[in-house]
Ligand binder design. Structure first.
Ligand SMILES: C[S@@+](CC[C@H](N)C(=O)[O-])C[C@H]1O[C@@H](n2cnc3c(N)ncnc32)[C@H](O)[C@@H]1O
Length: 271
């Protein structure tokens, strides 16, 4: 009987191929099949492009995951900004049951059943708003005995902090990650707590609204937005002035805690 292959979820970081870990590189080289989600058969995916730049000789299989927003029961409006498969928009709850995950999982299951180790690449980290989570769940339904291993990846907000020398947290401060794909309510809930730094994901289409919220609540000092970090077209913008703001879905906002803001205001620079 053929031994079932192992499924790896490999985080490839936000964009810069140098941020692929050594472990990710090893698994991508050793796997029988490297698989990348794409939203169109003819277009290279983001995660795929990172792997190609890091390991040019690797063969990458594209799995098409059509993720055009489809309202599900009880929701009548689609999110602005949309998501695409390789951007890892897997957990927005806007996708019909067979929006591509099942199809992709079926293909992966066939390879696993043939004894192949399959490495599925995903932007950033595979456990944070990643297509991989949904794919793995579908594969488990089809092949409950499958063994799964994930490889952590560097996240966009870490790169944004590095680009802007922003200290994200210090001492007893906390860090909150929210999304703004539907609205800014989660962000608003946390803005009043000055001891928490806040990262906003999936808020690219709402940056003007987010910038004005930050100004109104006194949290705009030191706040930055990064678009396409590590990828072609990267742009890093301060949210404390009237700069033209990014609008790509692949945008991340980083809002330092109030104590860090004071450091910025005092011109001391991040600790
Ligand atoms: C579906 S989530 C994927 C998150 C990913 N798994 C991670 O760990 O960072 C997509 C969101 O991640 C953020 N993101 C991921 N890569 C990015 C990049 N290169 N530049 C800016 N934001 C990015 C954006 O907020 C985007 O809307």
């Amino acid at each position: 009987m053929t031994k079932i292959g192992k499924l790896y979820g490999v985080g490839v970081g936000p964009g810069d191929p140098e941020l692929l870990t050594m472990k990710a590189m090893r698994i991508l080289r050793e796997a029988h099949r490297v698989v990348a989600p794409v939203s169109s058969d003819s277009a290279e995916g983001r995660a795929e492009s990172i792997v190609r730049r890091a390991i040019p000789d690797v063969t990458i299989e594209r799995v098409l995951i059509s993720m055009s927003p489809q309202p599900v029961q009880g929701r009548d409006s689609a999110p602005t900004g949309g998501t695409s498969a390789d951007q890892g928009g897997g957990t927005d709850g806007y996708h019909s049951k067979d929006s591509g995950y099942e199809r992709a999982a079926r293909a992966i299951t066939t390879w696993l059943e043939a004894g192949e180790d399959v490495a599925f690449v995903t932007l950033g980290d595979p456990h944070i708003y990643s297509t991989f989570t949904s794919i793995a769940a579908a594969v488990i339904r089809m092949l409950p005995v499958v063994e799964i291993e994930t490889v952590e990846g560097i996240m966009a907000f870490q790169s944004l902090a590095a680009r802007t020398s922003t200290t994200v947290c210090d001492a007893e401060e906390s860090l909150t990650l929210v999304t703004a794909i539907r609205d800014t309510s989660a962000l608003e809930r946390h803005l009043t707590d000055g001891t928490t730094a806040i990262v906003v994901y999936k808020g690219g289409s709402r940056l003007p609204e987010i910038a004005s919220l930050l100004r109104d609540t006194g949290r705009s000092k030191g706040a930055v937005a990064g678009e396409l970090i590590g990828l072609a077209g990267e742009r890093v913008t301060s949210l404390d002035n009237d700069e033209e703001l990014p609008s790509s879905y692949l945008s991340t906002v980083l809002i330092p805690s109030r104590s860090m803001t004071k450091t910025v205001e005092a011109g001391e620079g991040p600790a």
